[in-house]
Design a protein around this ligand. Structure first.
Ligand code: HEM
Length: 538
């Protein structure tokens, strides 16, 4: 054993053998002085009082007092594992990212999470699940920060604080911990009907996954891909579990919350430990990069919409295998910092207003959560390529930088760091024409249809799945105190499907709302209505 083989700013050269802070045979202070007793404080005589001069006592308690860091403002409860991603080479014609190359093996770290519960909440609650993957590629880190539900509650990131405030426990009572059964949540989603699609998925069996190993993952937003020729395509990322998609039934989920609140993390850790390594295929839905950024009438910049796989099949481009549990939960799962801006050449952002806000949010929150700007030097976040970033100093700086001139060009330090060729830059900045328009605070008309896709989702379910959705709405809305909120949500459901609305109203003992409260503002695309007709309506 020896010190961790990590260079100050570079990549780990191997898995840590013994964690720093745990070397040598003797118990020591943090400054390395050997200790002979850690059970008794230094006192003036056997019966005290305790002496302030006891450095070991003060240091030991001081460090303990500061062990906690803030939990994530969302996705606080999570569980991570290491693995590898192997590219099939099938994506290479649309995306030049090296990790998609044929047979290219890339180390990864994945963190699964619930969204609303605190760090100590239960695993099998009804909620969305995070599915965040850090690829340590040969071109730098690529983070795919997705969920197990393909759409999101809001179309513009400026509402993220609002939807999360509505979903988190009520400020007065701190109730409930991790479920959507409360007034503020239903108040928000019934007044922001763009949330309807996500809510339908949450109330379906997708909201209570059987295991992280049986969840799909979605990048949600549309990304822009660039190939070696500089051609672009729009794309959505999908993770497909090799074990298939499975959920719990509500009663199982409820019992597990009591019997084994760690059910999902135990399941993942046990599976990996026993060699049953879970796998997911990464797939792409591809769309032409047209100026309108729509596909078959669906606005690709609207994160509350999916593109049905019947219209754009998911094409596999590689496989993820999780094969190593964490050695230390705090150092790995808690300190990992995902960020959508961690991109590699070949993958770029789009103008989806939710995506754009996220690009600000993650770095910003991590400044507080990980106490300063140097969190990419924490071992779990270090890229596996050399780092030469000209950033200096700051809280928790680990590097001892040489030279005097952290700017370029300079004429003092001799070697000016090279800059990459334009075509190799990670923030692709593809020359997209900017629209000529005045500044506006409004959404495009194509964002206004909030009900066609929720209806499509409802119609795609089997009778048993529909029954589960009805029971979930009935249970969750049954917990709401304000009658007006229940009634408003029933009017939302009337816009999705009259049977769904009537069944939930019956369960709640409330009258069925008479008519559609909100006319749809936009006609569904021809392609979508075709699919709706083909699928069973009951
Ligand atoms: C954390 C997904 C929207 C802000 C996370 C995590 C996931 C995730 C998976 C957990 C990361 C981890 O395991 O450490 C998503 C998805 C979204 C979305 C799929 C929509 C499609 C947003 C938006 C914002 C936001 C719109 C803000 C504008 C945050 C913050 C964290 C977080 C602040 C905590 C990060 C940390 O402390 O490290 N999100 N999120 N998210 N998300 Fe999102």
């Amino acid at each position: 054993t020896g010190p961790e083989t990590v260079s100050p700013t570079g990549a780990p050269t191997g898995a840590p053998k013994v964690a720093m802070g745990q070397q040598g045979e003797f118990l020591t202070t943090s400054a390395g002085a050997r200790l002979y007793d850690t059970d008794h404080s230094l006192k003036a005589g056997e019966r005290g009082p305790t002496l302030l001069q006891d450095h070991h006592l003060r240091e030991k308690i001081m460090h303990f007092d500061h062990e906690r860091i803030p939990e994530r403002v969302v996705h606080a409860r999570g569980y991570g594992a290491h693995g590898t991603f192997v590219g099939y080479g099938t994506g290479a014609n649309v995306c030049k990212a090296a990790f998609l190359g044929d047979g290219v093996e890339t180390p990864v770290f994945v963190r699964f999470s619930t969204v609303l519960g605190s760090r100590g909440s239960a695993d099998t609650v009804r909620d969305t699940r995070g599915f965040a993957t850090k690829f340590y590629t040969q071109e730098g880190n690529f983070d795919l920060v997705g969920n197990n539900i393909p759409v999101f509650f809001i179309q513009d990131g400026i509402k993220f604080p609002d939807v999360i405030h509505a979903g988190k426990p009520h400020p007065d009572r701190e109730i409930p911990q991790a479920q959507s059964a409360h007034d503020t949540f239903w108040d928000f989603v019934s007044t922001h009907t763009e949330a309807t699609h996500h809510v339908m998925w949450n109330m379906s069996d997708r909201g209570i996954p059987r295991s992280y190993r049986t969840m799909e993952g979605f990048g949600v937003h549309t990304f822009r891909l660039v190939n070696a020729e500089g051609e672009t395509a729009l794309a959505k990322f999908h993770w497909k579990p090799k074990l298939g998609v499975h959920s719990l039934v509500w009663e199982e989920a409820q019992m597990l919350n009591g019997i084994d609140p760690d059910f999902h993390r135990r399941d993942l850790a046990d599976a990996i430990e026993s060699g049953a390594f879970p796998q997911w295929e990464l797939g792409l839905q591809l769309f032409p990069d047209t100026p309108r950024q729509t596909f078959e009438g669906i606005d690709l910049l609207d994160p509350t919409k999916i593109v049905p796989e019947e219209l754009a099949p998911v094409q596999p481009v590689g496989i993820l295998t999780l094969n190593r549990n964490t050695m230390n939960y705090f150092a790995e799962t808690e300190q990992v910092a995902f960020h959508l801006g961690n991109l590699v050449p070949g993958i770029d952002v789009t103008d989806d207003p939710l995506f754009q806000a996220r690009l600000f949010s993650y770095l910003d929150t991590q400044l507080t959560r990980l106490a300063g700007p140097n969190f990419n030097q924490i071992p779990i976040n270090r890229p596996h390529v050399p780092v030469n970033d000209m950033f200096r100093d700051g809280f928790h700086q680990q590097a001892v930088h040489a030279g005097v001139a952290p700017y370029r060009p300079n004429t003092l330090d001799g070697g000016n760091p090279f800059v990459a060729k334009a075509e190799d830059r990670p923030f692709v900045e593809v020359a997209q024409p900017l629209p000529k328009s005045a500044k506006v605070r409004q959404s495009p008309a194509s964002f206004a249809d909030h009900f066609t896709q929720p209806r499509l989702f409802w119609l795609s379910l089997t009778p048993v799945e529909k029954e589960h959705v009805v029971r979930a709405f009935t249970f969750e809305l049954g917990k709401v105190y304000e009658q007006a909120i229940k009634e408003r949500q029933l009017r939302v459901l009337a816009n999705v499907d009259p049977t769904l609305c009537a069944e939930v109203a019956k369960g709640l003992g409330l009258p069925v709302p008479a008519t559609e409260a909100r006319p749809r503002k936009v006609t569904p695309s021809p392609a979508l209505s075709q699919i709706g007709q083909e699928w069973p309506t009951d």
